[in-house]
Design a protein around this ligand. Structure first.
Ligand code: FAD
Length: 427
């Protein structure tokens, strides 16, 4: 994406089944507001909605369309926990460790409450399973199950042995699993569009096709696009892996591509054989595979591979053989969709919430684990705008580690990273 161009949604299953096309006009002229949010993915829209609910005047500037980035293209798996949680908790007291653990599940509640409150139709369902490929993974899941047991909350967790996983998922590939019913899955683009509608109804101004070119810092920062500007008391930067706006953040997030294929709708017989409980599924590898059924019973199967384009045929060609290792039974199934998106990955995997200055904040780098955490992050951004820093400081005290030369050598770095993680997965 060049800074002044703008794009429609990628040709994904989600775009094909979106509840509506958003049509927010471009920014024109000079505007004033309390908070200007840059980016209309989950982070930006969630922040805007939290702020609007608290009575702030908010203006969102989106380079492309609402949900154009990772938020409108992802696996739709709503998974508890925060990426890099052990690093996040490392220097904390027991009390704050508990705070971090609890934060890792707060996004679920925000999403569920909003879906209900604003009547957002996004196919939200409970049900998820972490699967194990090696004995070490089984031990990890047993330990994680104990951690969940320690909290006074019903996550609906259940350890499954090899036979039970085979029964649950109709595949021989996995040797154990941990079902967590409090996790779930949803149509991410429809969630993002629904939240944007709710924000707009509360008075949030949203401009699509309005790429921000510059932030002029000062007592009242000014955010510029080619056709206008927004002056605000605060700015929240929510462009994740896509922007190069702030030199201080350049190289803080490595943009890593992940891809998804979507099948034709499966017969009831096939559904009953491969996923009768309608669970979202995720394996534990670094180059992980994740899959689930859509509301109309298509298999949506995702994985990373070292490719930087968006040709659906190339994506299908790479992913179908991987999918068949899980489900040989689908060898005659047609795959109608293949698309990709960019994940913002950080060196230590911890999401980066911080400040550029007293009135410019950022939230990014959820390392592939953002459906839940972006919703928490939006709430924390609204907190910090209001002057409450307790949860913000848990993140902001960990300074971003910079990938040197990332903006010049990003593809080479990603390829090297993939190779490294493939080796680790193979051990
Ligand atoms: C293929 C894929 C599968 C995934 N699966 C899952 C999953 O199953 N579960 C999970 O928890 N997470 C998943 N993730 C991660 C999750 O989608 C992200 O962490 C999350 O959506 C990040 O949201 P965001 O709003 O921060 O960023 P984005 O959704 O990327 O939004 C950033 C927005 O900022 C805009 N922007 C950038 N620069 C500018 C600018 N200069 N001016 C104006 N606007 C700008 C972009 O156009 C974009 O719309 C997946 C990601 C991908 C790509």
């Amino acid at each position: 994406m060049t800074i002044n161009s703008h794009q429609d949604h990628t040709a994904s299953y989600y775009a094909a089944t979106a509840n509506k096309q958003t049509v927010y006009e471009q920014l024109n002229g000079h505007k004033k507001t309390d908070v200007c949010v840059i980016g209309a993915g989950f982070t930006g829209i969630s922040t805007a909605l939290h702020l609007a609910e608290r009575g702030y005047k908010v203006h969102v500037l989106e380079a492309n369309k609402v949900g154009w980035g990772a938020s409108g293209r992802n696996g739709g798996q709503m998974i508890g926990g925060i990426s890099g949680e052990s690093r996040l908790s490392r220097d904390l007291s027991k009390i704050n460790e508990k705070l971090v653990f609890e934060m890792g599940w707060q996004g679920h509640k925000i999403i569920r409450d909003r879906v209900k409150k604003y009547n957002i139709k996004c196919d939200l369902k409970n049900g998820y399973i972490d699967v194990a490929i090696k004995p070490k993974h089984v031990r990890d899941l047993e330990n994680y199950s104990k951690v969940l047991d320690e909290y006074n909350f019903d996550f609906g967790q259940e350890l499954l042995n090899r036979d039970e996983v085979r029964e649950t998922l109709g595949t021989e590939k996995y040797i154990g699993g941990l079902k967590i019913n409090y996790n779930g899955h949803l149509h991410p683009l429809n969630l993002c569009i629904g939240e944007a509608d709710a924000a707009s109804d509360l008075g949030v101004v949203i401009n699509e096709k309005s790429p921000v070119t510059k932030i002029i810092h000062g007592a009242k920062p000014v955010v510029e696009t080619s056709k206008g500007s927004v002056e605000a008391d605060f700015v929240v930067l929510a462009g994740n892996a896509y922007h190069f706006l702030e030199p201080k953040l350049r190289g803080a997030v490595l943009p890593v591509k992940s891809f998804i294929i979507g099948s034709e709708p499966l017969s009831t017989e096939l559904v009953n054989r491969i996923n009768p409980q309608d669970l979202a599924v995720c394996d534990p590898n670094y180059i992980l595979e994740y899959f689930r059924l859509s509301a109309d019973k298509r298999l949506l199967f995702g994985r990373r591979f070292p490719y930087f384009g968006d040709n659906p045929d190339i994506i299908k060609k790479a992913l179908i053989p991987k999918m068949l290792q899980v489900y040989p039974i689908l060898k005659n199934t047609e795959f109608e969709f293949g698309w990709g998106g960019t994940i913002g990955v950080t060196v230590n995997r911890v999401p980066q919430l911080g400040r550029i200055s007293d009135n410019v904040f950022y939230s990014q780098g959820y390392s592939g684990h953002g459906v839940n955490v972006t919703h928490l992050a939006g709430q924390i951004m609204a907190d910090i705008v209001g002057g409450t820093a307790e949860r913000f400081d848990v993140f902001s005290k960990i300074k971003p580690v910079i990938f040197p030369g990332q903006h010049l050598f990003r593809n080479q770095l990603v390829s090297l990273g993939m190779l490294y993680y493939r080796l680790i997965d193979a051990l």
